[in-house]
Design a protein around this ligand. Structure first.
Ligand code: 6PG
Length: 489
């Protein structure tokens, strides 16, 4: 073992342990530390035995074991625990040492911590790490942001342990790990990744509900549909695991999935994505609806009670099942394109707001392998941003425009069938509504502006006058000529 470790890692939960083992397998020596030392002992005697991994029994010994500039990665619960460890580390660190937070941290915290640690002469990295337990061990997707000076000092470690994908020619192996931008940019991109993850998962769930309730398919039949979808443009990790979930039987031979209570949990990253979109004025409808879908699922008792007193339509389907399933596949694909277009719009707006230079093609590449939303589809997004790095909306690029246009007939039939049968499909339908709004030159917001001006003198612009000139009308003859100030949040 080297006399000094290349990196220290704090937090021996599942992600932390696996990241350490991954780093060690790539030739790095790692010091492991955990608040309760018994976990360190257990790890050193267990999974880390015989490997280039040393345990530390205090923050001081952890820091003393590291080569300079020291690199300490925190894999602890996002929030106060990160601040607490930072405060414990600071007294032992020297100028230029690096603290790396690899948890699912809310990006404003990483903005704040970067500034704070840089003010103390230290460097800070806030990084998204995606891929769950297996990804952490075998190659996660890693999205780093923070103090740019730290990047060359950690690049080798993180690019070595990350997932790899082939380049566009199918040859060279490219790491799914890159520098995203200053301050909280890495955690911001991870947050959007998670929001997209929520949307993709909800779309799959809506497809399942339609297959089960409207078509009456059983778990084995649904398994086959997902297995087929995974050979099409929908080829992705989430469809792949869904196919496996439908094949999984409980001890009695029945599909386990049908025995799981229908109340979704959430740890907050999807909600942050939605709240940020509202803050930045980005119509991120699909992800927001996927968060609300989890919220309504969690109100199980209320739903059960309501189901007993409020009736809906009888389920009725006399169409061609195979044709409906193909329409459904196209609906999921089209809605997924809308979701990614919305997620990318959010990143573009945030880049303006926070002065980040985000590399959108590079982000698609980082998500191409290792992470939960990994899919073949992301290769197309990378191509779109490589062709036009300033692209405003993915829906305007030839591949995505053509795909959505050719899918929309099937998509509309699916939404229509769901609505007629009273099946809730918040994401499939809100994505279609967004799509129709986006491609409509004149929306009814003229009336909305008239209403605002009528009751509150909020003013409006006119189609027959230049943009930026505001008018107020005394609609009733009773109001005065004074208009309220014109501003938008
Ligand atoms: C990942 C996942 C990971 C985690 C989510 C789950 O990229 O590896 O996104 O971060 O699975 O935090 O989030 P919810 O508990 O909110 O579904």
């Amino acid at each position: 073992m080297k006399s000094k470790s290349d990196i220290g890692l704090v937090g021996l939960a599942v992600m932390g342990e696996n990241l350490i083992l991954n780093m060690e397998s790539k030739g790095f020596t790692v010091t492991a530390y955990n608040r309760s030392y018994s976990k360190v002992e257990k790890f050193i005697e267990g999974r880390a035995k015989g490997k280039n991994i040393r345990g530390a029994d205090s923050v001081k010994t952890l820091v003393e074991s590291l080569a300079t500039p020291r690199k300490v990665m925190l894999m602890v619960k996002a929030g106060q625990a990160v601040d607490d460890f930072i405060e414990q580390l600071i007294p032992f660190l020297d100028q230029g040492d690096i603290i790396i937070d690899g948890g699912n941290t809310h990006f404003p915290d990483s903005n704040r911590r970067t500034e704070y640690l840089e003010s103390k002469g230290l460097l800070y990295i806030g990084t998204g790490v995606s891929g769950g337990e297996e990804g952490a061990l075998k190659g996660p997707s890693i999205m780093l942001g923070g103090s740019k000076k730290a990047w060359p000092l950690v690049k080798d470690i993180f690019q070595s342990i990350s997932a790899k994908v082939a380049d566009e020619n199918g040859n060279e192996v490219v790491p799914c790990c890159d520098w995203v931008g200053d301050a909280g940019a890495g955690h911001f991109v991870k947050m959007v990744h998670n929001g997209i993850e929520y949307g993709d998962m909800q779309l799959i769930c809506e497809a399942y509900q339609l297959m089960k309730v409207v078509l009456g398919l059983n778990a084995d039949e649904i398994q086959k549909v997902f297995a087929h979808w995974n050979t099409t443009e929908l080829d992705s990790y989430l469809i792949d695991i869904t196919k496996d979930i439908f094949a999984f039987k409980d001890e009695d031979g029945e599909p386990l999935v049908e025995k799981i209570l229908d109340t979704a949990g959430q740890k907050g990253t999807g909600k942050w994505t939605g709240v940020t979109a509202l803050d930045l004025g980005v119509p991120l409808t699909l992800i927001a609806d996927s968060v609300f879908a989890r919220c309504i699922s969690a109100k199980k008792e209320q739903r059960v009670a309501a189901s007993k007193v409020i009736s809906g339509p009888e389920i009725h389907f006399d169409g061609d099942k195979a044709e409906f399933i193909e329409n459904l596949r196209q609906a999921v694909l089209a809605a997924k394109i809308v979701s990614y277009a919305q997620g990318y719009m959010l990143m573009q707006e945030a880049a303006k707001e926070f002065n980040w230079e985000l590399n959108y093609g590079g982000i698609a590449l980082m998500w191409r392998g290792g992470c939960i939303i990994r899919s073949a589809f992301l290769g197309k997004i990378k191509e779109a941003y490589d062709a036009d790095p300033k692209l405003e909306n993915l829906l305007l690029t030839p591949y995505f425009k053509d795909t959505v246009e050719s899918s929309q007939a099937g998509w509309r039939k699916v939404v229509g069938t769901a609505v007629t049968n009273g099946i809730a499909i918040p994401c499939l339908s809100s994505a279609l509504t967004y799509f129709d709004g986006f491609r409509t030159a004149r929306l009814p917001a003229n009336l909305l502006q008239a209403q605002r001006d009528y009751f509150g003198a909020h003013t409006y612009e006119r189609t027959d006058k230049p943009r930026g000139e505001f008018f107020h009308t005394n609609w009733t003859g009773r109001g005065g000529d004074t208009s309220s100030t014109t501003y938008d949040v």
